[in-house]
Design a protein around this ligand. Structure first.
Ligand code: PRE
Length: 433
């Protein structure tokens, strides 16, 4: 269900799903482990790697989302229905197909969109029963069909059965509970920056990063057939997508209208279609336009042609790191003596000529603030952080092992989130630019 929520601090109103009910009791899962690869954590525990076949995760060819009907029936997915919204649209009394939108008369060409055939996102309440295991790799993503995350799942695992989830958290849990085999989740965008929620969830859950994919994100402005740009008084989409198109919307398209945030881009398209909103446009993919029967009013509306989102692939077990192709390793660490450790950690990589590709810091939830003196008396001195670092080396590389051994001496907490093949796909700008 969706309902209107108050404006966010950046002045974008959110259309959010109502709070999900509590999860069903979890099923405990057991799985065999092998001892080929190690991952460090704060307790110096060792977790094991999957065999290479599972590790590779199936980079095969084909389409996304086959056997959706099977998936739906076996999981009894709850349909998340959108609440009809009061529209700013008035129908003329007599003429059958004429609609007046914002004072403009237009032919009413609203198509009958039957999105019932599309898989509905998993919700937290769907997470108890594991469905029958088919041959295809089941890949959880956040959003509804037509979301960029679905495209990323298809790029990562071309033959996969893509499973929509209504929240990132649900995608994590779907893998943990064996409902899905992998999750593909966005972590950063070249224009909008990091998707912090997923950094926090990576720490809270015990999944391993087993790969990455970079997806060029090509946004379109979508509206119901017959609706023209002049009729639009609201644009809705995922907050990242709104941010990625802000300049184009205002400067190029002159759309100085209300923005509202929704859970994902394709969900915005579905919302416009399902509610017959003739005064609202959605920012989403061309595939979403096709799936929900919308027209593309403008194509390639991202502010920069190099609009790329990086997704990570998550699995229950790590892969065996290799050195015969470029690998990346992601770690997270903290130190109970504050941030001064950062320099030492970074130098452990610099001395070994290991390039860093990303540094991110997040608040340390268990220890948010550091106090002035050891007796814990006095005013707050500074915030405490968890640091996330990605570096260009495999855990099978001795340089990386030595660097991490050194890092472990400086830090009070260290966890390897994953060591995985880098996405080396050559990048080219979006179609129109
Ligand atoms: O809304 C979608 O379609 C998504 O897949 C989510 C998401 C994101 O979280 O950043 C992914 C890629 C784009 O950058 C915009 C939105």
């Amino acid at each position: 269900m969706q309902s209107l929520a108050p404006s966010s601090s950046i002045g974008i109103k959110s259309i959010m799903r109502s709070p999900s009910p509590l999860p069903n009791p979890r099923r405990r899962v057991n799985f065999s482990v092998q001892s080929a690869a190690r991952s460090f954590d704060s307790n110096q525990s060792v977790s094991a790697a999957a065999p290479p076949s599972a590790a590779a995760g199936g980079f095969t060819s084909g389409g996304v989302g086959k056997n959706r009907a099977d998936w739906q029936s076996s999981c009894a997915i709850l349909a998340s229905k959108v609440v009809s919204q009061q529209q700013n649209t008035e129908k003329t009394g007599g003429a059958d197909n004429i609609t007046v939108v914002n004072g403009h008369r237009t032919l009413d060409l609203v198509p009958v969109v039957d999105s019932n055939n599309l898989p509905k996102p998993l919700t937290i309440t769907d997470l108890s029963p594991a469905p029958m295991h088919g041959a295809q790799l089941r890949v959880a993503y956040q959003g509804v069909p037509g979301a960029y995350s679905e495209a990323a799942a298809g790029k990562a695992y071309p033959e996969c059965d893509a499973i929509p989830c209504d929240q990132f958290e649900v995608a994590f849990q779907a893998v943990e509970l064996w409902i899905a085999d992998r999750a593909v989740l966005p972590v950063e965008n070249s224009l909008g920056g990091s998707i912090h929620r997923n950094y926090d969830l990576l720490l809270r859950h015990r999944l391993h990063i087993v790969g990455e994919v970079q997806l060029p994100v090509h946004h379109c402005l979508l509206a119901l057939p017959g609706v023209r740009k002049e009729y639009i008084n609201r644009v809705i989409s995922h907050p990242q997508a709104l941010a990625q198109c802000e300049l184009t919307l205002t400067k190029k398209l002159g759309l100085n209208v209300t923005r509202e945030a929704v859970d994902d881009t394709a969900g915005a398209a579905e919302f416009v279609a399902a509610n017959g909103l003739r005064d609202t446009a959605a920012i989403a993919s061309a595939r979403a336009a096709e799936l929900y029967g919308l027209n593309i009013l403008a194509d390639g509306i991202q502010d920069d042609s190099s609009n790329i989102t990086r997704f990570v692939m998550l699995a229950r077990e790590p892969i065996i790191p290799r050195t015969d192709r470029p690998f990346k390793t992601s770690i997270v660490f903290a130190h109970d003596k504050g941030t001064s450790v950062l320099f030492k950690v970074l130098s452990a990589f610099a001395f070994r000529n290991i390039s860093l590709t990303k540094i991110e810091s997040r608040p340390h939830r268990n220890r948010p603030i550091r106090l002035v003196d050891d007796a814990n008396v006095g005013t707050a001195k500074h915030f405490e952080y968890m640091f996330y670092v990605d570096f260009e080396a495999s855990m099978a590389d001795v340089r990386a092992q030595n660097a991490l051994a050194e890092v472990q001496e400086f830090t009070s907490f260290l966890r390897v989130l994953g060591s995985y093949p880098m996405d080396m796909t050559p990048w080219s700008p979006s179609r129109d630019d």
